[in-house]
Design a protein around this ligand. Structure first.
Ligand code: ZN
Length: 455
């Protein structure tokens, strides 16, 4: 199937061109012409058109905590207690409804692929569902309904401290598979079921050096390596996490991951906030990627990671909205440079083009979509149109700086995923009332427990 899309302006990776006609055949870009007038038969995209944004780190159910965990003081650890309460109430049906609305919110923000870091595998108390991957299927179906690609980063989560302390009673019981081997068997079953399904990849994740005892890490690393799929891991988010790892293993989290063979070009260290110079050198030497989640990291008071030093390395640099305090990849992108300014007292270390590459091509590749994230021949036909006539962007011209430093998610007007229009004129074409679906799914989750009882 052939279609053509005429862009008023388009970012072609190194520059912005005007009057860009993109031809798409079977979901892929086959031709790009610049400086042409609109064709009557072409779809017209106004504003500045970008490749699809990638949200490389998501926990869909955390969306239910928005505006609830910001009320009081507290720490990362008190936030985590509230998060566990939300986790306790979900089942496959309610999680599919919530995630469908959350992924629709992402589509409206120009996100064409999400990396879902998924560890809420089992029923209350750790009981297996009749299909042990029922929760994973709920998330995959939700992304399909919302029209975006899904990399399900199936997460191994077995322990609650770096010394191997078992998962606690209560909601943590829902996360654990018992061992790395048992995790790999469940992940393999899901991988086999999803093989060949368009728009879906099954990747792997180690929850963290706290969440997976050393002896169980190789099963996960080996499975991801054998399947050649992305491997993600929370790493060095909190100073306390680094201190406990040093106490238990005599090494930093990055060094632990290096020593089990978990670092490499398909690996992404999520957060990578509190790193030593040796950690940064290890990540570079192994071409390991990082994923910064600045709006979550500032919401939780995690700290500011060494963005400039990591960007000077060879690994991918991706972005994620993580806890979904907001879902806005432009906000994540500019935060990398603005946080760097606060940390160093210097402006303009990381240019807007590099920040936008993080939000597009780097993010797509970190999720295993090697052929996405660029307006180039052969790429997947993902287009995101950003309006240049809103109160935020008017007068700022068709520049990458205007998008990265001034636009917000609500300036996204049109989104095309693999050649298919998902958002038009600021409206989701499938999930027609995304706000209402978010409201009802979150009310259901936060007001009642699994048996429908108000806590
Ligand atoms: Zn996370």
């Amino acid at each position: 199937m052939t279609s053509s899309w005429w862009c008023e302006h388009a970012w072609l990776g190194d520059s912005v061109a005007d009057g860009v006609l993109i031809t798409v055949v079977d979901g892929r870009i086959t031709a790009i012409e610049t400086g042409v007038a609109p064709h009557a038969s072409s779809h017209r995209l106004a504003g500045l058109v970008l490749p699809g944004l990638a949200n490389a780190h998501s926990h869909a159910f955390h969306r239910a905590l928005r505006a609830r965990t910001q009320r009081d003081r507290g720490s990362f650890w008190t936030w985590r207690d509230l998060m566990y309460r939300a986790a306790e109430a979900l089942n496959p049906d309610s999680y599919r409804r919530l995630a469908r609305a959350v992924y629709a919110e992402m589509a409206l923000a120009g996100i064409t692929a999400v990396g879902e870091f998924h560890y809420l595998h089992h029923d209350v108390g750790g009981a297996r569902y009749s299909d042990p991957n029922a929760m994973g299927h709920a998330l995959i179906d939700a992304a399909g309904e919302a029209g975006i690609r899904m990399t399900l980063l199936d997460t191994c989560y077995l322990s609650s401290a770096p010394d191997g302390t078992p998962l606690a009673e209560g909601p943590q019981q829902r996360f654990g598979d018992g061992s790395g081997e048992q995790w790999a068997q469940r992940a393999e079953a899901l991988h086999a079921q999803m093989s060949g399904r368009p728009g879906v990849l099954i990747g792997a994740a180690l929850h963290s050096v706290r969440g997976v005892p050393l002896e169980h890490m190789p099963a996960v690393v080996e499975w991801a390596g054998a399947q050649r799929v992305p491997l993600h891991v929370h790493s060095s988010e909190q100073p306390a996490e680094v201190e406990r790892c040093l106490a238990a293993h005599g090494r930093t989290p990055t060094a632990v991951l290096r020593d089990v063979g978990a670092l490499g070009p398909r690996t992404t260290a999520v957060h990578a906030t509190h790193l030593s110079a040796a950690d940064i050198a290890d990540l570079d030497a192994t071409t390991t990627g990082v994923c910064f989640c600045p709006t979550t990291e500032r919401d939780l008071g995690d700290g500011i990671g060494p963005a400039a030093a990591l960007l000077a390395g060879r690994g991918l640099f991706s972005l994620g909205s993580d806890s979904h305090a907001v879902i806005d990849l432009f906000e994540e992108a500019r935060a990398v440079e603005l946080d760097e300014r606060l940390a160093t007292g210097r402006r303009g270390t990381i240019c807007a083009d590099r920040l936008l590459r993080a939000a597009t091509g780097d993010g797509q590749r970190a999720l295993g979509w090697q052929d996405a994230g660029a307006l180039a021949i052969g790429s997947r036909a993902d287009f995101v149109a950003v309006q240049l006539n809103s109160v935020r962007t008017a007068g700022g011209a068709a520049t990458v700086e205007n998008v990265v430093f001034a636009a917000s998610a609500c300036d996204v007007t049109d989104v095309v995923v693999d050649g298919r229009a998902v958002v038009a004129d600021g409206r989701h074409l499938i999930v027609e009332d995304t706000a209402a679906e978010l409201a009802s799914a979150i009310a259901e989750l936060m007001n009642t427990d699994r048996r429908g009882v108000r806590p």
